[in-house]
Design a protein around this ligand. Structure first.
Ligand code: URA
Length: 185
């Protein structure tokens, strides 16, 4: 049977594959343009995302919006999802078993969207989607060809809130991503 957004969303909303379903308010499925060339993948929902069901709407999300604005990528033109669809308590890092249980949703989202570029927001997404030993401080902004996609990673906006000295590097990376997006359009 072929997959559809309706099936996928409803499976995600009723998912009990890991313990996070017991503490979630909302499943944070993903949002944006289902025909996007550019797919953002973050780590996991935080408190604001859990409350609203929408990814990247808290402080980190507002900072991400500023970068999107700065490089002229409308938020509505991209799709935004996370490795985990449910919030880990106290925003702890996802457990490997939680990632394993959740990855099929992201795989199916990628198949439906067929983006040209996947942008990992932060090390957790990069370690899952690029390489388990990915070093974000050394490798951020570098392109990796994986199957049909170009993948890269940038610092997680939550890290930039804690360490604003890295904001300049983030802007450079985001400009590179916009350039690549314009080239492959
Ligand atoms: N951080 C993430 O990784 N994802 C969100 O949706 C919000 C904050």
């Amino acid at each position: 049977m072929s997959d559809s957004w309706e099936i996928l969303r409803s499976e995600c909303e009723s998912c009990k594959a890991c313990e996070l379903h017991t503490t979630r308010t909302n499943c944070v499925f993903g949002t944006g343009n289902i025909n996007a060339d550019l797919l953002f993948v973050g780590e996991a929902p935080g408190d604001n995302e859990d409350k609203t069901g929408i990814p990247f709407v808290g402080r980190a999300g507002q900072l991400l919006d500023q970068y999107l604005y700065a490089v002229d990528i409308p938020r509505e033109s991209v799709y935004i999802a996370n490795i985990l669809k449910c919030r880990p308590p106290k925003n702890r890092d996802p457990l490997p078993a939680e990632e394993d249980a959740c990855m099929d949703f992201l795989r199916r989202q990628v198949k439906l969207i067929r983006p040209k570029i996947i942008l990992c927001l932060g090390r957790i997404a990069a370690m899952r989607l690029i390489r388990p030993d990915y070093k974000i401080t050394k490798e951020h902004g570098e392109w990796v060809q994986k199957g049909n996609f170009l993948i890269t990673a940038v610092y997680h906006p939550a890290l930039l809130l804690r360490d604003p000295r890295r904001k300049e590097e983030m802007l450079v990376d985001m400009k590179k991503i916009k350039e690549k997006l314009d080239q492959i359009d």
